[in-house]
Design a protein around this ligand. Structure first.
Ligand code: GRF
Length: 213
C-alpha cells in the first residue's frame, strides 16, 4: 500500500517514449509515483501529445537560445512550475538543454537523467553512434543524478546491451530503448520508495528496506 505518491516533473524535448513508459507505470496501483507535470522547451515535441492523451498538465517554455543552452530565466520559469506542482523528483527524458542554476539549487539530488550508454563512456550527443565507432562490444543505458557536469552525475542504475556485428545506430538504439524504459521506471520506483542513498559519487541502493523519506 503506497502512503504518499512521489510527484514527478518530467522534462522532454522530443519523442517522449521514456516519458510515456514512466507515465504508464505511474498509472499502476502499486506504483509509488505520479506524473505531476510535463515541461518542454519544444512547442513541437510529440511528448506534448502524450501528455494530452494521458491528461497530464503540460507546459511549453520556448527557448530560442542556441542548442543545448538554457537561459537562466527559462530555468527559473521551469523551477517555478515544478515548485507549483509540489514536484519531488525531476525526470529528464530526452531533454536537450543543460541545467545550470535554479533547478540544480532547488532540486539537489532530486533530478535524474537517462543516457544511452554505459557512462562514463560516450557522454554527450549520439552516444550509440560513438559506441559503434569506438568498437565496444557492450553498451547500454545509465540513469544518473544530474549535477553541473554533462552526463557526469552520480550513477544510479545501469543496464548493459550487447552490440551485434551488423548493428547500425538505429538497430542499436532500438534495443537500448526498451532497456531505458525498464531501467528508468526502476530508478524512479527506488527513489520514490526512499531507497536511494547518494554518498558522494556512489549511490547506495537499499533494495529491501522500508521507506525512509
Ligand atoms: C533517450 O535515448 C535518452 O537516453 C536520451 O534521449 C532519448 C530520449 O528518448 N537522453 P525518448 O524521447 O524518451 O524516446
Amino acid at each position: 500500500m503506497v502512503e504518499k505518491l512521489c510527484n514527478l516533473g518530467v522534462f522532454a524535448s522530443g519523442t517522449g517514449t521514456n516519458f510515456r513508459a514512466i507515465a504508464e507505470a505511474c498509472r499502476r496501483d502499486d506504483f509509488p509515483a505520479r506524473v505531476a507535470c510535463l515541461i518542454t522547451d519544444n512547442p513541437e515535441a510529440p511528448a506534448l501529445e502524450i501528455a494530452k492523451s494521458l491528461e497530464i498538465p503540460a507546459y511549453v517554455v520556448p527557448v530560442t537560445a542556441k542548442k543545448g543552452r538554457l537561459p537562466a530565466e527559462a530555468e527559473e520559469e521551469m523551477a517555478d512550475i515544478c515548485v507549483g506542482h509540489n514536484v519531488d523528483l525531476i525526470v529528464l527524458a530526452g531533454f536537450m538543454r543543460i541545467l545550470k542554476t535554479a533547478l540544480l539549487d532547488i532540486f539537489e539530488n532530486r533530478i535524474m537523467n537517462i543516457h544511452p550508454s554505459l557512462l562514463p563512456s560516450f557522454k554527450g550527443l549520439h552516444a550509440a553512434r560513438q559506441a559503434l565507432e569506438y568498437g565496444v562490444k557492450i553498451t547500454g543505458c545509465t540513469v544518473h543524478f544530474v549535477d553541473r557536469s554533462i552526463d557526469g552525475g552520480a550513477i544510479i542504475l545501469q543496464t548493459p546491451v550487447p552490440i551485434e556485428d551488423d548493428d547500425t545506430e538505429d538497430s542499436l538504439l532500438e534495443r537500448i530503448h526498451p532497456e531505458e524504459h525498464r531501467t528508468y521506471i526502476r530508478a524512479v520506483r527506488l527513489f520514490a520508495e526512499g531507497r536511494l542513498h547518494p554518498e558522494g559519487r556512489r549511490v547506495k541502493i537499499n533494495e529491501h528496506g522500508s521507506k525512509t523519506t
